[in-house]
Design a protein around this ligand. Structure first.
Ligand SMILES: [Zn+2]
Ligand SMILES: [Zn+2]
Length: 287
């Protein structure tokens, strides 16, 4: 099991590798454009080539995270196609830069409800992204905390969208431990994890689980709010993470930290060490 982290790419995507190494991350997540803007990623052929060299040198799996503005359920005529363009461009760079895939938030129905029309729109747009993207690129839907009409908080919803989109094997899922916990999935014990992952297997299929966002939660179980906490300092706790990491569904799935960090500057060596200590404590091999 790999313990990784989201890292900043201030100064260019190549910076991701040294920052990951500095905190001991064994897997990397990064943005390739400003996450709060629609501006498309612009990475030269030279940087793409250098990135591929650095990635092979580091021998770590890499994931992109899509921009936060994406909303495949948007009823705004401009926003939905922009979301498709943004994802297609991330998937295109993803294939060229040898990354595992692009993790993204599906969006929100903004209160209208996830009705038939909404499901049809989201699945049609997911298909559009895949139709425009190279075959090597995975499109990874992240579960959310169920806040503000967000789509895909439950495994049932994610499974439905994936099936309606045609079930392409490139459609994958990232479980964010904080989001799932805030949504009401009690993953703090072995029994809890067994029940939760049985649901995942039934609704989505374990073969689609390709990444974990490893975040503790400031919110209690079912709090329906997305508030990340440092590992062990939230309501999931160190024992909770041990239960998650012990479950066989996660054995080959990279854990990516998106925690505030002890100094508030994002995932740090301390949080990486906490997960590595749990990994060692339960007898799991290092990456
Ligand atoms: Zn996340
Ligand atoms: Zn979150």
């Amino acid at each position: 099991m790999r313990i990784g982290a989201h890292v900043s790419t201030a100064g260019g995507p190549l910076k991701a590798f040294e920052r990951a190494a500095a905190v001991g991350a064994e897997a990397i997540q990064l943005f390739i454009s400003a996450p709060q803007q629609w501006k498309a990623p612009a990475i030269s052929a030279e940087v793409v080539a250098a990135f591929n060299d650095a990635r092979q040198q580091a021998a770590v799996p890499v994931f992109f995270h899509g921009v936060y503005l994406i909303n495949l359920a948007s009823q705004d005529e401009a926003l939905a196609p922009r979301s498709v363009d943004s994802l297609a461009s991330y998937l295109d760079f993803g294939a060229r830069m040898g990354v595992e895939g692009t993790i993204f938030h599906v969006g929100s129905h903004l209160g209208r409800g996830m009705d038939e029309a909404c499901v049809a729109q989201v699945s049609r747009l997911l298909k559009q992204v895949l139709d425009r993207s190279p075959a090597e690129s995975k499109l990874i839907l992240e579960c959310n905390a169920g806040q503000g009409g967000c789509i895909g908080g439950t495994f049932t919803e994610l499974g439905l969208l994936i099936r309606e989109a045609g079930g392409d094997p490139r459609l994958a899922v990232c479980i964010d431990t904080c989001h799932a916990f805030a949504m009401g999935y009690d993953i703090r014990t072995n029994e809890g994890c067994a029940a939760v992952m049985a649901e995942f297997e039934r609704d989505i299929g374990l073969e689609r689980l390709v990444a974990v966002h490893a975040n503790d939660s400031k919110q209690p179980l079912g709090g329906l709010r997305d508030r990340h906490e440092n590992i062990g300092d939230g309501h999931i706790g160190l024992d909770g993470f041990a239960a998650v990491m012990r479950h066989k569904a996660f054995a080959a799935v990279p854990f990516l930290l998106e925690v505030p960090g002890l100094s508030g500057a994002g995932p740090d060596i301390e949080n990486v060490m906490r997960l590595k200590a749990i990994r060692a404590g339960i007898g799991l091999p290092p990456a």
